[in-house]
Design a protein around this ligand. Structure first.
Ligand code: SAH
Length: 213
């Protein structure tokens, strides 16, 4: 069997992301050096640097690199230090964030995925990530406020808890909202005012309401 040339493929992926409009050099650099193959079943490793979402078990997916790059770039516009992620999944977006900000907190409702992601972070030697098995609709109140919150599953509406946990001084929420039709929203908080804009149509698995799995 031929060894897979991950480095060459990562370079080509980043080239593709540039062509698709991603221009934050720090984000592109981190995507180039983050080993995406480590965040998926081994049988899919040959597809790790394709610009697609891939299955990670439990009916969930690792997000498409383009969407990770886009959401991360939007979040970084406000230079956040403490960031909350809702929907850890594989932990890939978590790892990309952790290379770019001081501290990342991540919540996942499926215990198996949470456990696997936690093990990966240990193996990859990250020390600025805290993970929790919990319901993302509640955020992570004891660690609030957050300068940035990124939600990697589509919510039927914006969870109030996440708005409350945003830093009142320019905290920013990046969240796909909608059911059949979803759009990526950017919400910025100034005191008790929330300004909102759309970044276009997207496609995510749903942000589930109800009991943990
Ligand atoms: N960022 C992840 C995306 C995973 S898909 C990655 O790139 O791998 C979205 C994740 O959100 C899934 O793992 C799903 O289990 C999780 N999720 C769905 N509803 C949730 C909820 N209410 N609270 C926390 N996590 C949730």
């Amino acid at each position: 069997m031929r060894a897979i040339n991950h480095q060459g493929m990562a370079k080509r992926l980043v080239q593709r992301l540039k062509e698709l409009g991603i221009n934050n050099e720090a984000v592109l650099e981190v995507i180039q050096r983050t080993p995406r193959q480590e965040f998926m079943p081994e049988s899919l490793a040959h597809q790790a640097y394709e610009n697609t979402a891939l299955p990670i078990g439990n009916g969930q997916t690792i997000s498409q690199p383009l969407i990770v790059a886009k959401m991360t770039s939007l979040l970084l516009e406000s230079a956040p230090k403490r960031v909350l992620e809702i929907g850890t999944g594989s932990g890939y977006q978590t790892a990309v964030l952790a290379a770019l900000v001081e501290q990342v907190f991540s919540v996942e409702r499926i215990i198996q995925l949470q456990y696997q992601a936690q093990r990966r972070m240990k193996r990859l030697d990250f020390h600025n990530i805290a993970m929790r098995h919990g319901d993302g609709w509640q955020g992570w109140p004891s660690k609030a406020p957050f300068d940035g919150i990124i939600v990697t599953a589509a919510a039927a509406r914006i969870p109030d808890a996440l708005l409350e946990q945003l830093n009142p001084n320019g905290g920013r929420l990046i969240i796909p909202v909608g059911e059949q039709q979803q759009e990526l929203l950017v919400v910025e908080r100034q005191g008790e005012e929330f300004m909102q804009r759309s970044e276009g149509a997207v496609r995510f698995v749903p942000l589930v309401q109800g009991d943990l799995a």
